[in-house]
Design a protein around this ligand. Structure first.
Ligand code: FES
Length: 164
């Protein structure tokens, strides 16, 4: 991992220990997770104990200490979504991506998480794909959304290959 990028993020926040959470959020946003090496750099530069950083990163669910996929899929399993078939939606997500709840595929393409409510129960069942909400989804619509994502991912790879 590139520690220079971590230093840039720290500098952007003036190297202030008071900006610790914002710095961690920026690193998370850059890498999709918080590599141990980056946390050690933050601890050393801000002179903040690792124990404090560990406490924050394990307390807030938004932080991940394990690698995450480029595409984040959240499936609501709350009561309103559950009674409208959320379990079938989750099964479709798993069938299309090959990734189960709480897992990330080895190529770091997808991470799948279940959540207890997304705050828009009237639209249930709801999934969020890369921060885009999709309501009233059925299995076919879910598969279509994910297949489009996979196709765009393949197109990106082809574009990269074409440039080489
Ligand atoms: S239960 Fe799914 S959005 Fe509230």
């Amino acid at each position: 991992m590139e520690l220079g990028k971590i230093d840039q993020i720290i500098d952007k926040h003036g190297g202030e220990p008071g900006a610790l959470i914002q710095i961690l959020l920026d690193i998370q946003s850059e890498h999709n997770w918080l590599p141990q090496e980056a946390l050690a750099r933050v601890s050393e530069t801000l002179e903040v104990p690792m124990s404090r950083i560990q406490h924050i990163t394990t307390f807030y669910k938004t932080f991940s200490l394990t690698p995450k996929g480029r595409h984040q899929i959240h499936v609501c399993m709350g009561t309103a979504c559950h009674v409208r078939g959320a379990q079938d939606i989750l099964a479709t997500v798993q069938a299309v991506t090959g990734v189960g709840p709480g897992e990330t595929d080895p190529d770091l393409n997808f991470s799948v998480e279940t959540v207890s409510c997304l705050g828009c129960c009237a639209l249930g069942p709801v999934i969020v794909v890369d921060e885009e909400y999709h309501g009233n989804v059925v299995q076919a619509k879910t598969a279509e959304i994910l297949k489009k994502l996979i196709e765009s991912e393949s197109a990106e790879v082809l574009e990269i290959c074409a440039c080489q």
